[in-house]
Design a protein around this ligand. Structure first.
Ligand SMILES: Cc1cc2nc3c(=O)[nH]c(=O)nc-3n(C[C@H](O)[C@H](O)[C@H](O)COP(=O)(O)O)c2cc1C
Length: 365
């Protein structure tokens, strides 16, 4: 069966239009990155990187800073991870007071230091406890509560449908699902058949997630599964225009094709934003180096550029390398040369998310 393409969906009073969601990504989707994505257009909902309820409720300043957002990021969801129902509910209250549109519970993080404490995807192994957390949070806030899950802990314990039903029963108003198990990490392919099963099982909105790298991937997933929304993570790091392009395709228009000059300008804008946000210049440079790596995989001269970028010691050096590479390649592109599309992002450039990581850097190049 082929489903019609949606134009929007709503989580109670929160309208998500277009029905495209920026995935939470620790160390990546800080306020600066989110603002940039929002400005490029096409994103209907933004989720913060995950925030530790332990850090937040124990007054950790860095954790509090991670909750900061600007009005242009709205609608915005603040995502928490933790295991203690009272602290989860306290954190949800703080988010509501801070003006969040939605509060989201992380039930998918596979990182050892998170699951080791019973949080993230570990919650998929203890559904009675998950229900206690969700009920307590639901009781304490008035804004919609949502969750983000994986399909299960491993192939022998696929619980997505069961968790989705339980969540709906606890008053959760939308569910995002990354179609991999915890044990899969980021390997293999996301299983969208399970996402489709979840969609059929509940009446709250279901947002599918996993391996959407091109607008065509999102369109196919909408058509095949009937999900209400599609969430994009790594695809947005490699191509922050993916939301705008997908929204254009959803409207039947030709998608915008960013030039290498556009990419240069976005990188430099991001660098400026990061210098304002990060505690040190080195931290800001780390973030920009990460994005440089994503932007240039597979492009001619990309490997040399990434090595130069990796070794850049100062802000001026890094800016010069970005200017020089993208201006040179942009000129070749403007002269009509067909440059290859960037390749998929390699696994080793990704972190798996760590708590309290304001301005941390994923492994670069
Ligand atoms: C660097 C990185 C950090 C992530 N951090 C989080 C997080 O904080 N919370 C969360 O729910 N998922 C997190 N994820 C998972 C993504 O939200 C998403 O579910 C996953 O990457 C699959 O989608 P994609 O194929 O579009 O990237 C992270 C993924 C990456 C690559």
């Amino acid at each position: 069966m082929m489903f019609p393409l949606p134009t929007a969906f709503a989580i109670r009073n929160v309208v998500v239009q277009p029905p495209l969601v920026l995935a939470p990504m620790a160390g990546v989707t800080d306020s600066a990155f989110r603002g940039l994505i929002k400005r490029l257009g096409g994103v209907g909902l933004i989720v913060t990187e995950f925030i530790s309820v332990e850090g937040l409720t124990r007054g950790n300043l860095k954790t509090h800073k991670m909750m900061k957002f600007t009005a242009d990021e709205r609608p915005i969801s603040i995502q928490f991870f933790g295991v203690d129902p009272r602290r989860m509910a306290d954190a949800a209250e703080v988010a509501q007071e801070a003006g969040a549109d939605l509060v989201d519970v992380n039930c998918g993080c596979p990182a050892k230091k998170v699951v080791g404490r019973g949080a993230g995807s570990s919650l998929l192994r203890d559904l009675p406890h998950l229900a206690v957390i969700l009920r307590e949070m639901r009781r304490r806030i008035t804004i919609p509560l949502t969750i983000k899950i994986r399909t299960g802990w491993d192939d022998n314990s696929i619980v997505a449908v069961e968790v989705a039903r339980l969540a709906e029963d606890c008053g959760v108003e939308a569910i995002a699902i990354h179609g991999r198990t915890r044990m899969q990490g980021y390997s293999g392919q996301a299983n969208w058949d399970i996402i489709a099963q979840v969609k059929r099982a509940v009446s709250i909105p279901v947002i599918g997630c996993g391996d959407v790298r091109q607008p065509a991937d999102a369109i196919r997933r909408f058509r095949e599964t009937g999900v209400d929304g599609v969430m994009i993570g790594r695809g947005a790091m490699a191509n922050p225009w993916i939301f705008r392009q997908t929204a254009e395709v959803l409207r039947g228009e030709t998608p915008y094709r960013p030039t290498l000059y556009d990419k240069r300008d976005v990188l430099l804008e991001y660098f400026d934003l990061m210098l304002g946000e990060c505690p040190t210049e080195t931290a800001a440079m780390g973030k920009v180096k990460q994005l440089c790596a994503q932007f240039t995989k597979g492009l001619p001269g990309g490997a040399v550029f990434r090595t130069q970028v990796f070794h850049a010691q100062t802000r001026a050096e890094l800016t010069d390398h970005i200017q020089a590479y993208f201006t040179r390649m942009g000129a070749r592109e403007a002269a009509g040369e067909q440059l290859p599309e960037p390749e998929e992002i390699p696994e080793e450039t990704l972190c798996d998310g760590a708590p309290d990581t304001a301005c941390q850097t994923a492994v670069v190049v």
